[in-house]
Ligand binder design. Structure first.
Ligand code: NAP
Length: 418
């Protein structure tokens, strides 16, 4: 006599197309190639994903952390997912209780729920902290969504780079009027550019780190600033016009933009006044460093004593955003180290080269439990910077692997590279 046929239920990993900013971080992070994309959506292959969670902490928006209980035989295909504008609702007949009992359910996935992260899972595959510093302020996230965005008015749009520089980088100031936009240094917002793509679908949001401190670009005002580089080439170097960056760089005072967010709940600064910031960035990755530095500068007047050490890389001095204001900051407030890679007649120099030159001081900070490290900019810099940190630590008597784990666990090593 045969018993009832078991129904296999899968807690299917999905990406929310309404929140995803198509930054490719999940696809790059996935150790088993379970994530892919077309020109519209990033999707997860149900038959490959093992819910290891490696992709979840690095996702800057949280779009990756979505799960639906489905009959395994009816899992959403990648073709289904490519066609979505929004996630399907949970089929109530395949409920959470059934899923919890599913025999093939990986532990990490059972612990996760929409918007919640499975604690600890996959952390050994993640290179930076998945928790904020202990003293960070609590961030607000997802106050405004694709379905319910807010608007801001452009109150300033200034070119930051020299006229002769090949990069056109802008400092954009957005005012939110009476609409609440509580945002912390290290968080980002999404901009919805107007119009549609070649397929007739609305452009998806582009994400920009906020370059101003929590109390406003202008203290006490409800405004934020962004650092935007006009994209004129794709990753392969072919000529292209970046949809959102060109839109933003061309905005005039008084124009209104559509905004979603804020995003980000770990790349946040410590609030204890004697904590040290070791900041390493390239190009427009300087946006969150500017926000943190300016917050510390304002707070310094109120007794913050922690050290600030900055390594900042750009092609040339003329291409370095905020060069003038940065150079005006007092030397006893911030220890600034610049690295230029394309200065005519000079050898290529990257941030990691500058770090090695300052190894003694970097090591001093690494030894201090109050040091918090922030890395932001090009994806390619991540390996080089971690390697330099490792070499400096080892050369100064610190076991890097153990220190690296500790920094991650204590919310003191934050990486945001695209
Ligand atoms: P970029 O001008 O292309 O490069 C900046 C500097 O980094 C150049 O000197 C470059 O040298 C150097 N670099 C290249 N590869 C490197 C490596 N492996 N290690 C160390 N340095 C390296 O930079 P960008 O166009 O401004 O790009 C900045 C990145 O930050 C983008 O990927 C952007 O998405 C990201 N980001 C932006 C924001 C924002 O709010 N706007 C926020 C977070 C992150 P070469 O001369 O060799 O090119």
């Amino acid at each position: 006599m045969s018993g009832p046929v078991p129904v296999e239920i899968l807690r299917q990993h999905l990406i929310d197309p309404e929140i995803c900013i198509r930054c490719n971080t999940c696809e790059e992070t996935c150790p088993i190639d379970a994530i892919t994309h077309d020109g519209v959506n990033y999707v997860v292959k149900a038959d490959v994903c093992n819910a290891c969670m490696a992709c979840v902490p690095p996702c800057p928006t949280g779009a990756i952390d979505n799960w639906r209980n489905v009959l395994k035989a009816q899992a959403y295909s990648i073709e289904d997912q490519f066609g979505w504008d929004e996630l399907p609702t949970q089929n109530p007949t395949v409920g959470a209780a059934d899923a919890a009992a599913a025999p093939d359910l990986p532990q990490a996935a059972t612990a996760a729920s929409d918007g919640d992260e499975a604690p600890g899972s996959g952390s050994d595959m993640v290179r930076g902290s998945t928790v904020p510093p202990w003293s960070a302020a609590r961030p607000y996230v997802h106050l405004y969504t694709h379905k319910a965005p807010t608007t801001a008015t452009v109150v300033g749009n200034y070119r930051l780079t020299d006229d002769a520089a090949s990069s056109d980088i802008h400092h954009l100031v957005l005012d939110f009027g009476a609409m609440p936009l509580p945002v912390l240094e290290g968080q980002s917002i999404g901009i919805l550019p107007p119009g549609t793509n070649a397929g007739g679908r609305a452009h998806h949001a582009r994400q920009y780190s906020v370059a101003s401190p929590r109390d406003g670009e202008r203290p006490g005002y409800n405004n934020v600033s962004l650092t935007v580089k006009r994209v004129t080439r794709d990753h392969s170097g072919n000529a292209t016009d970046g949809v959102c960056s060109n839109y933003l760089c061309d905005l005039k005072k008084g124009d209104v933009v559509t905004v979603i967010g804020p995003f980000g709940n770990t790349f946040l600064m410590p609030n204890h006044p004697n904590s040290h910031l070791l900041m390493i960035c390239t190009g427009t990755g300087s946006a969150p460093m500017r926000a943190m530095t300016e917050y510390r500068r304002r707070r310094r007047l109120k007794g913050a004593t922690g050290k600030l050490m900055l390594f900042f890389g750009a092609r040339t001095q003329q291409e370095l955003p905020y060069f003038g204001p940065l150079m005006n900051l007092p030397k006893d407030f911030i220890d600034t180290n610049l690295a230029f890679s394309r200065t005519p007649g000079q050898p290529k120099r990257y941030v990691q080269d500058a770090m090695r030159e300052r190894a003694v001081d970097v090591a001093h900070l690494l030894k201090d439990g109050g040091t918090h490290i922030y890395v932001c900019g090009l994806k390619g810099m991540e390996d080089g910077v971690l390697q330099a940190l490792g070499e400096i630590a080892q050369a100064h008597g610190m076991a890097w692997d153990a220190l690296w784990e500790r920094l991650k666990r204590e919310g003191r090593l934050h990486l945001e590279t695209y």
